[in-house]
Design a protein around this ligand. Structure first.
Ligand code: NAD
Ligand code: LMR
Length: 328
């Protein structure tokens, strides 16, 4: 059995937390041979609710769960954390865009970035789930001068999983038959779910569906799925979001399958002409805990326009949080 690792989760008493913590404790994120210590952060008024979640975690008698820390202080919750899942933030309501949450949630991520910089493990892997996830990741990263920029990532994996599921349904296939689609850009309605390299059962996806369906139905359905769930459920996605967070961290820690890629929101290094520094969804492979952008994919004019539009939105979000003094 390995030594336990420390997994910090913020917003631990919230909806996503309620699904996420039990999956981490069960070994779904880091493997069945990896014990974990959960370090749970909440705002002070939610600590009582969190104590109930802790009772339930204990009642699960998870063999891999070697300890639980709770706190309302990021300096405590992030101490020596090897993984940090930043979930705690306000969810959007019907009729809002995720960008509407910038000022409400932006302020959460500056102090959390500062605390991670001071006390987390030097190799900490950070995933931002709280919306607007890409720009919140940028805020945390810019306020963590003692960590590497690449340690901060944002979740577009839920979009990636939604894109797989919609394509599998359309082509009457299994989700496991779908490979190598990409979510480019922002976790917002400007995201670009790109099927140009995707395959289904080894066949090119775009030979199996017509272009009009792809452009007019598929892309908007994936991009607006979060709003559809809010409309139907009266609350934003939670179990599927937790599952996507597990997938993101699992693949970052343990690697992607040979010949396959996944989508992660990571700092742009200028690849594919995306402005450097933006936290942007890219196709990545992971080996030995390090991700790399899949290079040299052909980009059509259609793709180029979509990729630039979502980059532009991220630049606007960055400029807005710069005006709030949250990034340089
Ligand atoms: P929720 O309201 O049920 O829970 C959020 C929790 O965060 C609450 O318990 C709250 O007390 C806590 N919190 C607030 N400020 C905090 C702080 N400074 N430190 C620690 N905890 C804090 O919301 P939820 O449904 O769990 O969603 C959480 C966030 O995740 C929202 O912003 C939502 O929009 C986002 N989300 C993102 C994705 C994605 O794909 N990236 C998917 C679903 C939801
Ligand atoms: C989602 O995509 O389901 C989440 O980001 C919640 C939302 O606001 O859409």
């Amino acid at each position: 059995m390995k030594e336990p690792v420390r997994v910090a989760v913020t917003g631990a008493a919230g909806q996503i937390g309620y699904s996420l913590l039990f999956r981490i404790a069960a070994g779904d994120m880091l493997g069945q041979d990896q014990p974990v210590i959960l370090q749970l952060l909440e705002v002070t008024p939610a600590l009582k609710a969190l104590s109930g979640v802790v009772m339930e975690l204990n009642d699960g008698a998870f063999p891999l769960l070697h300890g639980i820390v709770t706190s309302d202080d990021p300096m405590v919750a992030f101490k020596d954390a090897d993984y940090a899942l930043l979930v705690g933030a306000m969810p959007r309501k019907a009729g809002m865009e995720r960008g509407d949450l910038l000022s409400a949630n932006g302020g959460i991520f500056k102090p959390q970035g500062e605390a991670l910089s001071e006390v987390a493990s030097r190799g900490v892997k950070v995933l931002v789930v709280g919306n607007p996830a890409n720009t919140n990741a940028l805020i945390a990263q810019q306020n963590a001068p003692k960590l590497d920029a690449g340690q901060f990532t944002a979740m577009v994996r839920l979009d990636h999983n939604r894109a797989i599921s919609q394509l599998a349904a359309k082509t009457d296939s299994l989700v496991s038959d779908v490979k190598n689609l990409t979510i480019w850009g922002n976790h917002s309605s400007t995201q670009y779910p790109d099927l140009s390299q995707a395959t289904v059962g080894g066949k090119k996806a775009l030979d199996l569906v017509d272009q009009q369906w792809y452009e007019e139905e598929y892309i908007p359905t994936v991009a607006k799925r979060g709003a559809a769930i809010i409309e139907a459920r009266g609350a934003s996605s939670a179990a599927s979001a937790a599952s996507a967070a597990i997938d993101h961290m699992h693949d970052w820690a343990l690697g992607t399958k040979d010949g396959e890629w996944v989508s992660m929101g990571i700092p742009s290094d200028g690849s594919y002409g995306i402005p450097e520094g933006l936290i942007y969804g890219f196709p990545v492979t992971v080996k030995g805990g390090k991700y790399a952008i899949v290079q040299d994919l052909p980009i059509s004019d259609f793709s180029r326009a979509k990729m630039d539009a979502t980059a532009k939105e991220l630049e606007e979000e960055r400029d807005a949080v710069r005006d709030l003094g949250l990034v340089k």
